[in-house]
Design a protein around this ligand. Structure first.
Ligand code: FES
Length: 250
């Protein structure tokens, strides 16, 4: 392979020597993000049709029913998860590429070349809050799993409907998304200098290896969980508004 001298390399926005369709991924992920964000924002502002029987929309969990709050409670509920996603390492890569074109893809000229400061200055330095948002949103998981249990209650008896499976799928996806987070991986083993010294450090090593397996699929879990959150809300919303009927499986 012959190295191309720097002075003859293409320069400027979107300049590249790549011959593949590098623009497809940023275009698709930008569109998908716009659809999911628009739907979730719309649904969170409705403050209605978010539960049906034992089913509760994940956008409204944990449920807050305080009339004195001047804004829809869902906005308060969603603030930590929204910030958690906004500062997620994967989503940062996605929206930096798709919306800021900074750069649009690897080895492709960026929109504002020459002013790179990384995430060391305001406001992007706030991305470093991600690990604390991980701690905050981790507390949501017990509520979401309790929603799965409630979704098996039909008039006081046990049952399984299609909505039960939809809510279960969403909680599972969110759990994998949380456990595959880079901060989770760092939390269980990132601070250790020696993995083999004690029984505790060996246990941390095992947990770190498990977190690493999940972490390698973090992008997949990020998309799956965003899709299932919106799908679960839509399913409950359509049931609550009488557009569809639940399918009882058991
Ligand atoms: S890196 Fe994506 S949720 Fe933490």
């Amino acid at each position: 392979m012959v190295a191309v001298p720097a002075e003859v390399r293409p320069r400027g926005f979107a300049a590249t020597e790549r011959r593949d369709a590098w623009w497809v991924a940023p275009l698709l992920q930008g569109l998908m993000l716009a659809v999911f964000i628009s739907y979730a924002t719309w649904a969170a502002l409705q403050n209605a049709n978010y539960h049906w029987g034992g089913y509760l929309s994940p956008l409204y969990s944990p449920l807050i029913t305080a009339d004195w709050i001047p804004v829809p409670p869902s906005l308060l509920i969603l603030l930590p998860p929204v910030l958690f996603r906004a500062t997620c390492y994967y989503y940062r890569k996605a929206y930096y590429r798709s919306y800021f074109l900074d750069p649009p893809a690897c080895a492709v000229g960026e929109l504002r070349a020459g002013r790179y400061r990384g995430e060391t200055a305001f406001p992007l330095v706030l991305q470093n809050l991600h690990r604390y948002l991980f701690y905050a949103t981790f507390l949501y998981l017990p509520f979401l799993w309790s929603d799965v249990v409630h979704a098996t209650r039909f008039g006081g008896s046990f049952g399984i409907g299609l909505g039960t499976l939809v809510i279960l799928a969403n909680t599972t996806a969110l759990t994998f998304y949380s456990f595959s987070c880079h901060s989770a991986r760092h939390l269980v083993g990132g601070g250790l200098d020696c993995f083999s010294r004690t029984a505790a450090s060996r246990a941390c090593h095992a947990a770190w290896k498990g977190a690493s397996v999940l972490n390698a699929r973090h992008m997949l879990f990020a998309w799956m969980s965003f899709f299932t959150v919106c799908s679960a809300d839509l399913y409950v919303r359509l049931l609550a508004s009488g557009v569809i009927h639940d399918v009882r499986l058991l």
